[in-house]
Design a protein. Structure first.
Length: 231
């Protein structure tokens, strides 16, 4: 799964508006962020096999440090600790727990779409329900999760500008266009290209989400600037 992961970001943001949306965008893709780096460093391995599944040409045959169940739990706990440490008094236990759950949600959603390549620990007992073997249902699931989560977020916030009103829907369509290219377009030219492209997209998407968030205000929340101007 790719853009569908971001639906969880929007749900978590609605649950606790103190968490920056860009942080949640990184959190839900944290396992893949590390996967990209580990592939480039040679710690994890992937092969490009056109037609390997109907939706994805990547044979993810060795990724114990990012996509095993034990690794996913480890990175989730680490995210909880790091978020609390970085935010200090500004982070509640609830917020840190939501960041950790956002990280772990990646493994749960991947379990639905991956073929059996997600190990429980190390490189053994691999699991995966294989929805990637069915291109259209897999793509529709991405659409449903992404826009379902986005809709919940948009209904809990108010646009402060016209840009804020249409920014996220346009962003969602752009993300789906990139997803469609991955599903229906040619495979990457090399394994390192796939890793670099993924890493760049994760960073760019998080930056755009943080930028767009500034144009929306959580309902019932009064910003410090407005509070000062009214006193």
């Amino acid at each position: 799964m790719f853009v569908g992961h971001y639906g969880v970001s929007f749900v978590a943001k609605r649950a606790d508006n103190t968490i920056p949306l860009w942080v949640l965008f990184i959190a839900v893709q944290l396992l893949d962020v590390f996967w990209s780096g580990f592939v480039l460093l040679g710690f994890e391995q992937v092969r490009i096999v056109p037609g390997f599944t109907a939706s994805n040409p990547l044979d993810l045959y060795y990724m114990p440090y990012t996509h095993s169940l034990v690794a996913a739990l480890f990175w989730s706990v680490a995210a909880h600790v790091v978020y609390k440490a970085v935010r200090r008094s500004g982070a509640s236990n609830r917020a840190a727990a939501l960041v950790a759950l956002a990280v772990f949600s990646h493994w749960l959603l991947d379990l639905i779409v991956h073929r059996p390549d997600l190990p429980l620990y190390d490189d053994t007992l691999k699991m995966g329900l294989g929805l990637w073997n069915y291109r259209v249902p897999a793509f529709l699931l991405e659409v449903a999760i992404l826009f379902g989560g986005m809709l919940l977020y948009l209904r809990s916030t108010t646009a402060t500008t016209r840009f804020g009103r249409w920014g996220f829907p346009v962003f969602g369509v752009l993300m789906l266009a990139i997803q469609a290219g991955a599903f229906f377009g040619p495979p990457p030219g090399a394994e390192w290209v796939a890793a670099v492209e993924a890493l760049v997209l994760y960073i760019v998407f998080a930056a755009i989400a943080g930028w767009l968030e500034r144009a929306r205000l959580t309902r019932g929340f009064v910003s410090p600037l407005r509070r000062q101007s009214s006193t």
